[in-house]
Design a protein around this ligand. Sequence first.
Ligand code: GCO
Length: 491
Amino acid sequence: MSAVQLGTDQSAQPASRPRTVEGFPAGFRWGAATAAYQIEGAVHEDGRSPSIWDTFSHRPGAVHNADNGDIAADHYHRIAEDVRLMADLGITDYRFSLAWTRIQPTGQGPANQAGLDFYQRLVDALLEHGITPTVTAYHWDLPQDLEDAGGWPNRDTAYRFAEYLGIAATALGDRVSTWTTLNEPWCSAFLGYSSGVHAPGRSEPASSLAAAHHLLLAHGLGVGVLRDILPAGHTVALTLNPSTVRAPTDEPVDQDAVRRIDGLANRLFLDPVLRGEYPADVLADTVSVTDWSFVRQSDLAEISRPIDLLGVNYYTPMLVSARRPGADAVRADGHGASSHSPWPAADDIDFLHPAGRRTRMDWAVDGTGLHQLLVRLGRDYPGIPMMITENGAAYDDYVDPTGRVRDPERISYLREHLGAVRSAIGDGVDVRGYFVWSLLDNFEWAYGYSKRFGIVYVDFATQRRIPKDSARWYAAAAAANELPVQDEIAD
Ligand code: GCO
């Protein structure tokens, strides 16, 4: 694809560039995202106590290669270098998460000042470099003490989250203008408590639905806390991982599988937050697992407190079908190996492998899924601005003999997906920006360090950072506010 300039004399461009076919709206944000446990390391420092991911990653067999986040990308000790790197790449926004157990080690009670100080230093460094911080309060690292008290299936955890968020927002709210309550509650609930491939590693479908509800309640309570603390005009957000769900045929049984998985993946989270109600079909589909008696009368009013922004994490579409009589189960859902499904009450649905190109996660590369998703969200949930808070790909990156990391597949993935965002904007969808996942290679949860998602390569033996070709490509896109004409990066 090439950029078509509407102006003729490019040397005489005014400061505000003419609109181009590949161009993004003025003010579009070009960010990079990370999460605390995936990059920070320093798990025993300055009063931090264990989260469920510390416990889980040290459980034999839980994580590939017995990897853990004890050191990770050592970001805790390298914020100056990492922020400078972002500034050099022209990244305008940085999305990171707060480790709850640095700020409130046991999940309740007083703040740990040393933990807050770390995030103060990070925020200060970002602001000094002109980078806008976006905070995620919860990216999956529940204090172990709260898991020991029952975890997310326990209603009290939602109130503990609101208390913690109040501490964090009081300390950082003056300088952090965008606050995201939760990252991907679908994963916390269903990978954590149903398939058990994520911490805390429980396989209890009924508990996973209670966990989903209490995560949503935590979000709603958190929105209330943020509104009380943050200055007017700050942005309150929630990040979900909604998916485009497709079937291989138009047969009613397959279309019904789409409806059911769309319910569990998307509407179970979007509807309570943005419409104030649980989807009736999902409640009905799951009665064999739970009676939903953990939902109290006023909860939906709490959960549907208005938010300012919906964060969308997207990687790949899903392909599902009804299992035909006598056929073996197909479970290529890309969420790790477990004999338990992450999808409650959906054991009769197959998760198929779409054909075509794949990333190292074995996820299909298909930007049409992102375009379709954004158009659908804009249509079904009108009025809420969106931000792509994660999108990216893992590939087998390595440092070549010249010291360079060439990752043309990632560049092509980013081009395809940014193009999908651009075209959704052209179709009238309100998307404000894009965060690439991820700034750095990092601890990819159950896959440990075997999957490299960074636009910056990390040599974990030396902690040396090497911007990949994709980082240079992304920097060029950010600087121009449009997709570069070429994928090739000059020597
Ligand atoms: C998620 C998380 C990230 C992952 C990324 C790649 O979406 O799973 O937010 O922490 O690392 O998505 O799998």
